[in-house]
Design a protein around this ligand. Structure first.
Ligand code: ZN
Length: 84
């Protein structure tokens, strides 16, 4: 019975040690570079209400008929949602 415990313990420790050592041989691949979302956030979008252009990341968004509309302010957004 004691032998079984020792066997389990060495097995566990061996497994732990392997976990520490393995990454040295098995280096994780560098993840592919993803397109930076900031670039897209910087593009200009037009407010359909007051026709002003605003950076996308500063714009308020309203979704209508599967299309995104961007607004400079909450006032424009409300006006658009009321009219259309
Ligand atoms: Zn506006």
């Amino acid at each position: 019975m004691v032998r079984l415990v020792i066997l389990a313990l060495t097995g566990y420790l061996g497994y732990k040690a392997l976990q520490k050592v393995l990454p040295w041989f098995w280096r994780p691949q560098i993840p592919p570079q993803r397109p930076q979302p900031e670039v897209r956030a910087d593009e200009l979008v037009q407010d359909p209400v007051c026709k002003v252009f605003i950076p996308r990341r500063n714009a308020l968004v309203a979704r209508k008929q599967d299309q995104d509309f961007f607004f400079c302010s909450e006032g424009c957004r409300k006006k658009f949602l009321k009219n259309a």
